[in-house]
Design a binder for this molecule. Structure first.
Ligand code: ADP
Length: 394
């Protein structure tokens, strides 16, 4: 009985599979069309995968997928770093690449962002509520490290990430002024410190926890202990990046912090003068000692940009930052000019990237932020943190 049922099914499927004479042509057309589509799809996949991401300087490869049906292409890109300011250009580039082929009649592009957590120095546990800590360092004071730190944090935020700033510059905490923080932070019943909020950022500074003149007299071990306590007792909330403004220099305090704060990567800030090369080298050596990757150099005050007429003058000569970065074996992530509006806005508690988003310098910071995050995304991942967040942007 069962056998006859099976036979009946086989017979029926043979009947339905066997094409009638008048449909053979249609099937052949459809099959050749499908083969054509598959060939086209793999050709387009190869072409799109070969597009270079200017921030990571790597081919998009597997991060971009295309499927083709009836002459319509659907493209999906997954980026592991925030790049809202690049999406429109990327979409255009993809569309141009597709439309180059006359077989593609229409295309849709979807870009997703997934922020990953990256490995920290061996033996350290990642901070609760923080995917990645990026340290901003400089070989010496006065190069604009804090200015770069806050504007970089705001730029990462503008690109689509959740960002915090931690001011660990114990001898000159300028983040409270630059982010307009005042008063004392609140604490939870469990005695954890709640970060303060400013311009959409979560922020904490040694400057709002203790009197500055009190902190100034702390010796090395006391200072590092206080800083470490501030790092571990602040209750950060779902941050993709926490920017840590380190004290300038490469002494014991900096080394201890670089050793004890679970940092994913560092960037160094320098001015273009030749004398800065030794400072950058020292900073690189310090991070190498504690096995923290240095993503590159940000050159501050590379040129002078007149805020009245927009004229840019290489008052310190040209290519200084490039030379310093190359000699230290690092990538130059970008150049920020000396410009009155940038200094003034940041010193008055309304940093330019947040307050004047259309300013050309805000654009430069955003490009640097994309490069920093893209280069970090190439580093080893931290398997200990699993808080997936997929954000469909477009
Ligand atoms: P650091 O943290 O290295 O000690 P700061 O970020 O506090 O340096 O900067 C020192 C001073 O220089 C601040 O008054 C700041 O506003 C100003 N400054 C820094 N970078 C620039 C720049 N690119 N253009 C104009 N002023 C700047």
């Amino acid at each position: 009985m069962a056998e006859s049922l099976i036979n009946a099914i086989i017979a029926r499927s043979r009947r339905t599979r066997r094409p009638r004479l008048d449909t053979i042509e249609t099937i052949q057309t459809r099959e050749s069309y499908l083969t054509m589509s598959a060939t086209l799809q793999s050709e387009l996949q190869a072409r799109l995968g070969a597009l270079i991401d200017p921030h990571s300087e790597q081919a998009l490869g597997e991060a971009i997928r295309v499927s083709v049906r009836n002459g319509r292409a659907a493209v999906r890109v997954r980026l592991n770093y925030p790049a809202a300011g690049w999406h429109a250009e990327l979409e255009q580039l993809i569309e141009q690449t597709l439309m180059h082929d006359h077989a593609v009649e229409a295309a849709t592009v979807e870009i997703e962002t997934e922020h990953l957590a990256h490995a920290v120095q061996g033996g350290l546990s990642p901070l609760d509520g923080v995917r990645n800590i990026i340290a901003v360092a400089s070989g010496k004071g006065g190069v604009g490290k804090s200015t770069v730190a806050v504007n970089l944090a705001l730029a990462l935020q503008a690109e689509g990430a959740m960002v915090g700033v931690l001011d660990a510059d114990i001898y000159g905490p300028s983040i409270p002024r630059m982010l307009g923080l005042s008063g004392k932070p609140e604490t939870t019943p469990e005695r954890r410190i709640l970060p303060m909020r400013s311009h959409g950022l979560q922020a904490m500074s040694i400057g709002v926890l203790v009197e500055t003149d009190q902190a100034m007299i702390w010796r090395g071990p006391m200072a590092t202990q206080a800083l470490q306590q501030m790092v571990s007792e602040t209750q950060w909330e779902a941050l993709d990046y926490l920017i840590v403004d380190l004290p300038p220099g490469t002494g014991d305090i900096q080394l201890t912090l670089a050793q004890r704060i679970p940092v994913a990567a560092a960037v160094t800030v320098t001015t273009p003068q030749d004398v800065a090369i030794d400072d950058v080298r020292r900073a690189v050596a310090m991070f190498a000692k504690v096995r923290v990757p240095v993503l590159g150099v940000i050159e501050n005050m590379s040129t002078h940009l007149c805020s009245e007429c927009g004229h840019e003058d290489a008052i310190f000569g040209q290519g200084g930052g490039q030379k310093i970065a190359a000699e230290a074996g690092l990538k130059l992530l970008g150049e920020i000019p000396l410009e009155a509006t940038l200094g003034r806005s940041t010193d008055q508690g309304a940093p330019l990237v947040g307050s004047e988003g259309d300013h050309a310098i805000a654009g430069r910071f955003r490009e640097i932020a994309r490069k920093v995050a893209a280069r970090l995304s190439l580093q080893a991942r931290n398997q200990a943190i699993r808080m997936p967040k997929i954000k469909i942007v477009e």
